[in-house]
Ligand binder design. Structure first.
Ligand code: BEZ
Length: 249
């Protein structure tokens, strides 16, 4: 499988809804001026910037060098670091994460690293893709790739757990789980499923030749059209979110 490459300009153009929805996760975090906050998977730093404006001392980490460069351009103290290899020890009042944890398959290492990064009494607040998210799109991708073995195999890069699985993992690591729940969030895709795939399934598309990529996108779009498109609402992705709050005793 190819790896996912992030292009900040394209992300800003087509995926602004991610940080727009993240504003309510920032509210849930309820950060206070002076707190030291880790933004895990900060991307291009839109939400880290909001946390900074509140008066917190925010550090952003992300595994994408391009995203970190974009976050630094906004004035964020941002570092290239993968969420499953955090190196901080007991220094944060809170770890915040929006729309990033589903990209890291070894979630237990993430939780361990977050726990180690927090001060006693610190909190871990986040939101990411929950069980069932983009089921239609994943099924269609699988179908097209199995019809075209020459396109390669679909290797799912995403971790979309149930609230129960994630809460149990947090508890095993020593967290006290305050809340963990999944909920549907139908998400408008202004530029259609093809554009969504180009941004979020780059790990599949980048392995295809130009003509193969075009056919792949057309065929996936055709397969999901009946479920995800209506003339009244346009394209709507079948998103499900998992939102949680946990504290380190
Ligand atoms: C997201 O960032 O919201 C996302 C990414 C990949 C699949 C589903 C959702």
């Amino acid at each position: 499988m190819q790896t996912q490459t992030w292009r900040p300009r394209e992300y800003n153009q087509h995926a602004q809804f991610v940080s727009n929805f993240g504003v309510s996760v920032v509210e849930l975090l309820d950060a206070q001026p002076g707190e030291r906050i880790l933004d895990l998977g900060c991307g291009e730093g839109a939400l880290a910037e909001q946390l900074k404006e509140i008066g917190t001392e925010v550090i952003g980490v992300d595994s994408s060098p391009a995203m970190i460069e974009a976050a630094r351009a906004r004035g964020i103290d941002a570092r290239v670091m993968s969420g499953d290899r955090l190196t901080f020890k007991g220094e944060f009042d809170a770890v915040f994460s929006n729309a990033a944890l589903h990209w890291i398959l070894n979630y237990e290492d993430v939780i361990q690293g977050v726990y180690a990064s927090l001060k006693p009494g610190g909190r871990f607040v986040g939101e990411f893709g929950g069980a069932g998210i983009i089921k239609c799109i994943v099924n269609a991708m699988n179908e097209v790739l199995s019809d075209h073995p020459e396109f390669g195999k679909f290797v799912n890069p995403w971790f979309f757990p149930t609230a129960e699985v994630y809460a149990a993992a947090l508890t095993r690591e020593g967290f006290r789980v305050v809340s963990a729940e999944t909920f549907p969030r139908p998400t408008p895709l202004a530029n259609g499923v093809g554009t969504w795939l180009r941004v979020f399934a780059d790990h599949v598309i980048s392995g295809l030749r130009g003509d193969q990529a075009t056919r792949f996108l057309e065929q996936v779009e055709e397969l999901v059209r009946a479920d995800l498109y209506t003339p009244e609402c346009g394209w709507m992705a079948d998103y499900v979110r998992l939102r949680f709050v946990a504290t380190k005793p």
